[in-house]
Write a protein that binds this ligand. Structure first.
Ligand code: ZN
Length: 203
C-alpha cells in the first residue's frame, strides 16, 4: 500500500511544475538521449517503454538452411523470410570442445526450430498443439535443445543425466554486440528511472 501511495505522490509532483518536476524531466530527457531511441514524444518514457524495448533488441535469426538475418526481436520469436521460410533466433554452443567451434574459437551459431510453428500464406505465424503420439515424440525431441555439431559426436543413450544436462546448458541464446549495447543502455535508463522514484526506506 505504501508503494502505491509513493507512486501517486510522484505523479502529483510531475503534474505540478515544481523544481523537483523539472529535475525529473531533465533526468528522463537524459535517459532518452542515452538510449538514443530517436523518439520525439514529449511524454516521459515509462518503465513499460523500457521493458518493451528490451523485447525488441537486434537479434540474429537463422533459417534451417543457414541463411542469416538481423532483425528486432518480436513476440512470435521467429520471422518469415523469402520463400515463406521461417528464421529462428540464433543460439550458440558454449561447449569448449564443441566440434563446431571455429578456428578463431568462436562458438557455432544455430537455430532452434519449433516444429509446431509454420508460416501461413499471408505471412502470419501459425502454431499448432502436439496431438498425436508422433507429435509428442517430436515435442520431446524439440524441448531437449541440442547443439547440432555436438550431436554428431554424442551417443545420447549412453550418457548419464548430468552429462546430458550439461550439453543442454551449453546451449545459450546468442546476443549480438549491438543488442548487448542496447540492453546496457536500457538498463542504465531503468536505473535512472528507479533512482528518481521514492523506494522503500533503506535501513
Ligand atoms: Zn556444440
Amino acid at each position: 500500500m505504501s508503494v502505491m501511495r509513493g507512486e501517486t505522490a510522484v505523479a502529483g509532483d510531475d503534474v505540478r511544475a515544481t523544481r523537483g518536476g523539472r529535475i525529473v524531466a531533465a533526468v528522463s530527457l537524459l535517459a532518452v538521449m542515452l538510449v538514443g531511441c530517436g523518439s520525439r514524444s514529449t511524454r516521459p518514457r515509462s518503465r513499460e517503454d523500457v521493458f518493451q524495448d528490451r523485447l525488441r533488441v537486434d537479434t540474429l535469426f537463422i533459417t534451417e538452411d543457414g541463411r542469416r538475418f538481423t532483425r528486432p526481436m518480436n513476440p512470435d520469436r521467429v520471422i518469415v523470410v523469402e520463400g515463406g521460410k521461417l528464421a529462428w533466433p540464433a543460439w550458440q554452443c558454449d561447449n569448449p570442445d564443441c566440434p563446431g567451434r571455429g578456428a578463431d574459437g568462436k562458438p557455432v551459431l544455430f537455430p532452434w526450430p519449433d516444429p509446431f510453428k509454420a508460416a501461413a500464406a499471408d505471412g502470419s505465424i501459425t502454431d499448432r498443439q502436439p496431438l498425436t503420439r508422433e507429435d509428442e515424440a517430436l515435442f520431446e525431441k524439440f524441448i531437449e535443445q541440442t547443439c547440432p555439431e555436438c550431436l554428431k559426436k554424442r551417443t545420447i543413450a549412453s550418457e548419464n543425466k548430468a552429462r546430458r544436462q550439461q550439453y543442454k546448458n551449453w546451449c545459450q541464446p546468442h546476443v549480438l554486440p549491438s543488442a548487448a549495447k542496447q540492453l546496457k543502455a536500457l538498463e542504465r535508463e531503468l536505473e535512472a528511472m528507479l533512482g528518481r522514484e521514492p523506494g522503500p526506506p533503506k535501513s
